[in-house]
Design a protein around this ligand. Structure first.
Ligand SMILES: Nc1ncnc2c1ncn2[C@@H]1O[C@H](COP(=O)(O)OP(=O)(O)OP(=O)(O)O)[C@@H](O)[C@H]1O
Length: 263
């Protein structure tokens, strides 16, 4: 496993750090004292058997768990060194900086244009309609969707194919200039061709963001990520270079999982 000091020397400080993070739903503990550093310009994959807490931990990184009344987070999570659970943290602003893409594409029931324009408008990123037009075009271009939708920007986003809807959701996240993009099984509702397009897109985007992806597919983790974190029963068992985790795991439990012994 590459040391965090080596990562810092290469990439500067971690974009996000979690220290001794535990997450509870009522009395039930779903995540147990997880510490991890996430770096810009990397795709970090969270893998592990169903129910091990991957999504729970992912959601704690932009306080999406706040929307679940029974959920409680302890420990410390920082973005650029700033505690995201501090009472002074603006959660709307945090979720723009740490964007999220969900398992099921969830465009707003509005036009393609409006799906992208909404965030930049409420975050004051555009002074004029012309500015907004530029943001919409740039975001759709970056998400690899512009050519497919440029002549139908007023059509409703929900009329697009599943893969296009997911790229629209990625464009929507990008439009508010995030630093981190969290993706919770972003391809699980898509066919193999749409999945391949999203994977290509993740690779294209990686240079500009810290990307964290939860995936059930070890092949996908191996294809898209440079770092892999293996979770089991709420614990972070192993975190390291994807190539090491898949070819030479340090922990027996990781080996059992990647060789298909459980999961
Ligand atoms: N809203 C919730 N209320 C109560 N318990 C929950 C809630 N969401 C998740 N859990 C529980 O927390 C544990 C971790 O769930 P989580 O969805 O984070 O795991 P996961 O690894 O992402 O699973 P999967 O791969 O199946 O999506 C599970 O035992 C689950 O039942």
């Amino acid at each position: 496993m590459p040391s965090i000091d080596a990562e810092r020397a290469e990439h500067g400080p971690a974009k996000m750090t979690a220290r001794d993070v535990s997450v509870y739903y009522g009395d039930k503990q779903a995540i147990d004292t997880v510490s991890i550093d996430v770096f810009s310009e990397y795709v970090t994959a969270f893998i592990g058997p169903s129910g091990c807490g991957k999504s729970t931990f992912l959601r704690s990184l932009n306080r999406m768990n706040d929307t679940i009344p029974s959920a409680r987070v302890t420990g410390k999570i920082a973005l650029d060194g700033e505690d995201i659970y501090d009472s002074g943290m603006d959660v709307v602003q945090l979720r723009a900086r740490v964007g999220m893409v969900f398992q099921k594409p969830n465009p707003f029931p509005k036009s393609i244009y409006e799906n992208i324009a909404y965030g930049p408008r409420i975050h004051g990123l555009a002074d004029s309609k012309a500015d907004l037009d530029v943001i919409v075009e740039k975001s759709l271009l970056r998400a690899g969707l512009w050519n497919e939708v440029k002549d139908r920007l007023t059509d409703t986003g929900t009329a697009l194919s599943g893969g296009q809807q997911q790229r629209l959701c990625i464009a929507r996240a990008i439009a508010v200039e995030p630093e981190v993009i969290l993706m919770d099984e972003p391809c699980s509702a898509l066919d193999p061709i749409a999945t391949a397009k999203i994977e290509e897109l993740i690779d294209d985007l990686r240079g500009n963001y810290a990307i964290v992806i939860v995936t059930h597919s070890m092949q996908q983790a191996a294809r898209v990520s440079q770092r892999t974190a293996f979770f089991h029963l709420g614990h972070l068992v192993e975190y390291g270079l994807t190539s090491d985790v898949f070819t030479n795991p340090a922990e027996e439990r990781t080996k059992d999982y990647i060789t298909g012994r459980y999961g």
